[in-house]
Write a protein that binds this ligand. Structure first.
Ligand code: SF4
Ligand code: SF4
Length: 135
């Protein structure tokens, strides 16, 4: 058998080298900066993260009245990250004076709804009247 045919047979019998994502999960490097959001039980609404964001990806919004926020956030402001604009530099995480950001290595951001941190953050505080945290 010629060397060429041997080589062809070897590759025909071998498994594909491509990863069949999403059937097969891809590994995430340690320290990978993925989806992040503010924990509203810690956030004081200071806006520093929004001011410092180089991509202008953070909008400060009012917490809807049905959610309870700590007294340390009297203006009831919180940051909403637009993941379409975000460059995942984590500058916001670093500047937050109260370490309010929850960081994850989640990179799967595709969704049929808005791609932002609004609901993830609202889920960190209870609803007024004991309605639970919406999680
Ligand atoms: S990770 Fe960087 S780009 Fe994204 S919201 Fe934070 S500061 Fe802005
Ligand atoms: S810097 Fe921290 S405390 Fe200030 S608005 Fe952003 S998440 Fe909240």
């Amino acid at each position: 058998m010629s060397a060429l045919i041997k080589e062809v047979l070897k590759w025909v019998k071998s498994r594909p080298v491509t990863i069949e994502y999403p059937k097969e999960e891809t590994e995430v490097e340690p320290g990978f900066r993925g989806r992040h959001y503010a924990d509203l039980s810690k956030c004081v609404g200071c806006s520093l993260c929004a001011i410092d964001c180089p991509a202008r990806a953070i909008a400060m919004e009012k917490v809807p009245p049905e959610y309870e926020v700590p007294k340390k956030n009297p203006r009831r402001l919180y940051p909403v990250v637009n993941y379409f604009k975000c460059v995942f530099c984590y500058r916001c995480v670093a500047v937050c004076p109260v370490n309010a950001y929850v960081t994850t290595n989640e990179y799967r951001l595709a969704t049929d709804s808005a791609v932002n941190s609004r609901q993830l953050s609202l889920n960190t505080v209870p609803k007024a009247g004991g309605g639970g945290s919406g999680r």
